[in-house]
Design a protein around this ligand. Structure first.
Ligand code: F3S
Length: 391
């Protein structure tokens, strides 16, 4: 891989140790994928912030980088951590809180913005055609497919290294030829609700592996629908982008797949792992809610109260919570909890005694049995709220 004179000097350790390590991570990655050079990025978004998923060894690496005075070169944001400082921190063991705060302090010392959200694009929307190094898979698909930005699906370490160097290896989704659609997907019927968008993502993710589809029939889909679809697509496979509008290409020669309503029904059924009708937790906000989604949740609750037997969590970013404060107050007055900085998947729900989680997110339903050791019920937002209020 070609390095500029300055990049070579960083690689050889002429500057600080932290920069050298980060440059070595990027060069190794670039060589692996046969990149010819590094390219500048507009922003980085780092995953692996939750101490629950991170653990001790990666924390030591973060401590070493922060101690060596590593500093980000571009706008750099963080994925959710394992708890928030208002609600969950009071219910979880204090040593977990301290360990999480240590991780966050390391990132803050390096200059990361404490966004703690998987929807950094609500905080600052990347411009079309800019290059990014983002690690949260749902945000990667959204950036490539809805926002028109260019990013690979980074791992936590490579997004971190890219933040410190301000560059990323030029391969994969940074090159136009790798962003061409390979499959045309036709839907038997238009999708009805958030759960069907998620189910389509899971279904396609499994069969496409990493191929990019054009999905016909999404003309009326909202950005929130596309967010659900993309998050699920990335959860079940390695596809980093989909087209929801027909690009100007000839589609006669590309492979065609048709998705039947029965395919989606089967996918939804598989994502519900229990027959119990009484979840301990109802969780919405995966990926973190938009302003529109919070507004919709408050409206759907209406004048009803959340039942005392069930916890109802709505997860979003601090930024959106502030913007949606009127609706947030209404949700909380009626017995719900609007959490920032975290989500049900990256916190320790099992330590809170939660054994069954109901959600409208196919991504959450996919992860909960393994990451939360809980059963799942996947249902549309309206049903989740009905269950929270009426049982
Ligand atoms: Fe975000 Fe947590 Fe879902 S990090 S994408 S809300 S699993």
């Amino acid at each position: 891989m070609h390095l500029t004179k300055e990049e070579e000097r960083i690689y050889d350790g002429e500057f600080c140790w932290a920069n050298q390590v980060c440059m070595k991570i990027l060069v190794r990655l670039g060589e692996l994928f046969k990149a010819k050079k590094l390219i500048p990025i507009s922003s980085s978004h780092v995953s692996g912030v939750s101490y629950k998923t991170l653990g001790d060894a990666p924390t030591e690496f973060l401590e070493a980088l922060a101690k060596a005075n590593a500093k980000v070169k571009v706008k750099s944001t963080l994925n959710p951590q394992s708890l928030d400082c208002n609600f969950l921190c009071k219910r979880l063991p204090s040593d977990l809180y301290e360990k999480q705060m240590n991780v966050l302090n390391c990132f803050e010392k390096m200059g990361f913005t404490s966004s703690l959200t998987c929807t950094p694009y609500y905080l600052e929307k990347p411009k079309k055609d800019v290059h990014l190094a983002w690690a949260e898979s749902s945000a990667v698909v959204y950036a490539n497919s809805v926002l028109g930005a260019w990013t690979n699906r980074e791992g936590g370490p490579s997004a971190l290294a890219a933040a410190i160097i301000g560059k990323t290896p030029d391969y994969g989704m940074h090159q136009a030829e790798n962003r061409q659609p390979k499959v045309l997907v036709k839907l038997e019927k238009p999708l009805l609700d958030d759960v069907e968008f998620g189910a389509l993502g899971i279904f396609l993710g499994k069969i496409l592996k990493d191929e990019i589809p054009i999905i016909q029939g999404l003309e009326k889909a909202s950005k929130d629908n596309l967010k659900q679809l993309g998050a699920a697509l990335a959860t079940a496979g390695m596809t980093n982008m989909f087209y929801h509008k027909l690009p100007r290409i000839k589609t006669e020669k590309i492979e065609k797949i048709s998705v039947q309503t029965s395919d989606l029904k089967r996918t939804i059924e598989k994502l519900t792992t229990t027959s119990t009708k009484t979840p301990d937790l109802i969780f919405v906000g995966c990926p973190h809610c938009s302003l529109n989604e919070i507004r919709q949740i408050a409206k759907l609750i209406g004048s009803r109260k959340i039942r005392k037997e069930t916890e109802f969590w709505v997860c979003t970013s601090r930024h959106i919570k502030e913007k949606a404060i009127k609706h947030v107050k209404k949700i909380e007055r009626n017995g719900g909890h609007v959490l920032t900085d975290t989500c049900a998947v990256v916190t320790w729900t099992e330590k809170l005694g939660i054994k069954t989680i109901m959600t409208n997110s196919a991504k959450t339903a996919h992860y909960v049995p393994t990451l939360n050791k809980a059963q799942t019920i996947l249902a549309p937002l309206k049903e989740c709220i009905k269950k929270a209020c009426e049982g």
